[in-house]
Design a protein around this ligand. Structure first.
Ligand code: FAD
Length: 288
């Protein structure tokens, strides 16, 4: 089944992102988390993919087991940078074999630690090229990434929107956003993208801030900005992990509540493989 068919109900569709455990950790640790997360009855679960690195086979295996063992649709992330077309073709064969019907088609981040890396020497430079290849290969449901704060590499937000429009026009069913901490940024983004006729569902991605240390790296990677309200919580509870976690759960819950009140098509939670805190948020907002 294509995931796009699940959108459009009365209640926003809940979806969850998990990541495969590192190569030296047993694969089963993620299934211990999933055993709890499935109680939240998500519409689908997405599984991240390590761009150009380790763990890639694990994405396919976990996505396949989510479907077979839990009967829940899975969305396999797939990044194309540093892959050849032949490699991507092989991964698509694997997905077909495992009966995974939905892909989050991504470019992947450019490597920071390789001074010789040249994007122009790559077989894939942008996600839209991957999307075209997936369509040529088979009937997959395709999602892609969107950045309400603008993608970090793009110098002008306007260009980022033009690139997004082109990507969607290559055949994207729905978009999932990078996380943001101020819902006004998402609402403003929606106004801009509807004005350029991007009409597919744009599902807000929410990342709960559960500890103060995690936030710096998150901001760096995502290009998200931090509103004063959240900064205040970080100042107050930065050295108090228990209360920081409590405040982070409350903050994410109120973000989600506001999004639901504003009729978003779905809520995508970046779980960071933490089921207890995610369960609390989902229950707080009445989605479980
Ligand atoms: P693209 O859509 O290709 O965009 C990348 C940049 O290129 C943007 O600045 C865009 O404006 C620009 N661009 C696009 N098209 C053109 C064009 N035609 N001409 C000029 N410029 C252009 N990373 C992982 O490694 N693994 C994951 O599992 C993963 N999951 C993610 C899930 C979500 C929901 C999101 C939001 C991000 C995820 N990422 C993941 C991060 C993502 O790979 C990076 O943000 C990456 O840098 C961009 O990927 P993209 O698919 O958005 O790229």
């Amino acid at each position: 089944m294509k995931i796009i068919e699940l959108y459009g109900g009365e209640v926003p569709l809940l979806s969850l992102e998990i990541f495969p455990p590192k190569a030296d950790y047993p694969l089963d640790t993620v299934f211990e988390t999933l055993d709890h997360l499935i109680d939240l009855n998500p519409g689908f679960i997405s599984v991240t993919y390590g761009a150009g690195g380790s763990n890639q086979a694990r994405t396919v295996e976990i996505a396949a087991r989510i479907k077979k063992e839990y009967g829940i649709e899975s969305l396999a992330h797939l990044t194309c940078v540093r892959h050849t077309r032949a490699e991507v073709d092989g991964i698509l064969d694997e997905l077909i074999k495992e009966e995974i019907n939905n892909i989050l088609a991504l470019r992947g981040d450019l490597p920071e630690d390789d001074p010789n890396f040249d994007i122009n020497q790559q077989e894939y430079r942008y996600a839209f090229e991957l999307i075209k290849d997936i369509h040529k290969k088979a009937e997959f449901g395709i999602a892609a990434a969107a950045y309400p704060n603008g993608h970090t590499e793009c110098l002008r937000l306007k260009d980022d929107l033009i690139n997004l429009k082109h990507k969607v026009d290559c055949g994207v069913d729905f978009l999932i956003t990078q996380f943001f901490f101020d819902n006004r940024i998402y609402y403003d983004f929606m106004d801009k993208i509807t004005s350029i006729q991007i009409n597919c569902p744009v599902v807000p991605g929410i990342m709960p801030v559960l500890n103060a240390r995690q936030i710096k790296r998150m901001l760096y990677l995502s290009g998200a900005s931090i509103p004063g309200k959240l900064l205040k919580l970080l100042d107050k509870y930065g050295d108090d992990p228990a209360n920081m976690e409590k405040a982070g759960i409350e903050y994410a819950s109120s973000q989600v509540q506001d999004l639901i009140a504003n009729k978003v098509p779905g809520i995508h939670l970046y779980t960071m493989n933490k089921y207890r805190q995610i369960t609390e948020i989902v229950k707080n907002v009445g989605l479980a």
